[in-house]
Write a protein that binds this ligand. Structure first.
Ligand SMILES: NC(=O)c1ccc[n+]([C@@H]2O[C@H](COP(=O)([O-])OP(=O)(O)OC[C@H]3O[C@@H](n4cnc5c(N)ncnc54)[C@H](OP(=O)(O)O)[C@@H]3O)[C@@H](O)[C@H]2O)c1
Length: 166
């Protein structure tokens, strides 16, 4: 996830101009490497025409009934999304936001690691990286990496929530 210094992943109206093109590219490269991405319906609406989407398995969380198309499937819960990727042979699922879906996964103890790219911005009225329903978690810093003159990547392990078991 790319975040402002105060933990916003988008402006309230959904704008993400504070995220640099280089950081968007970093995310796409990660998704191409893992071959999958799990995201909420609102996030999917912002990327559905991007060329990388058809190159990977995309699982979109929605409570509504939707028919899969191309590389895109729909799941009604975090566990269902992970089961879908599991049956396709993936060991790693790349959770790609937004804040509501991140909160759903954290609450159910389904996030193992977090890559947080901190952008040099403060967004006063933004969408938080974890919606308020997330609850709490304890993290351990695994790595820190300076991405550019103004950006850092923080890599955390989630330590206080149960891991997803098969
Ligand atoms: N900076 C970044 O790295 C980054 C990354 C990703 C997204 N974003 C931004 O984040 C914003 C969207 O975030 P958001 O929090 O508003 O929305 P979101 O999490 O992307 O999507 C919310 C929608 O996902 C579905 N959903 C969420 N939890 C679910 C669950 N447990 N089970 C089933 N369906 C579930 C619901 O869809 P239905 O209403 O269809 O049921 C819900 O309305 C966008 O502006 C996007 O650009 C930023």
């Amino acid at each position: 996830m790319a975040s402002s210094v105060n933990g916003a992943i988008a402006e309230r109206n959904g704008g993400t101009t504070f995220v640099t093109p280089a950081d968007k590219k970093r995310f796409v490269n990660m998704a191409l490497k893992e071959g999958n991405a799990v995201m909420g319906m609102k996030t999917f609406e912002t990327v559905k025409y991007d060329s990388w989407v058809e190159k990977i398995s995309v699982v979109v969380l929605t409570k509504r009934q939707r028919k899969p198309f191309g590389s895109v499937s729909f799941a009604r819960s975090p566990n269902e999304a992970l089961r879908m990727l599991d049956t396709r042979g993936f060991d790693v699922a790349l959770l790609a936001g937004g804040g509501k879906v991140n909160a759903s996964f954290l609450k159910e103890g389904l996030i193992d690691e977090i890559y947080l790219d901190v952008e040099p911005s403060i967004i006063g009225d933004g969408i938080p990286i974890f919606a308020s329903t997330a609850g709490n978690a304890e993290l351990r810093l695994k790595d820190i990496h300076k991405l550019s003159k103004n950006e850092v990547r923080l890599h955390y392990a989630v330590t206080s929530r149960k891991r997803h078991g098969k």
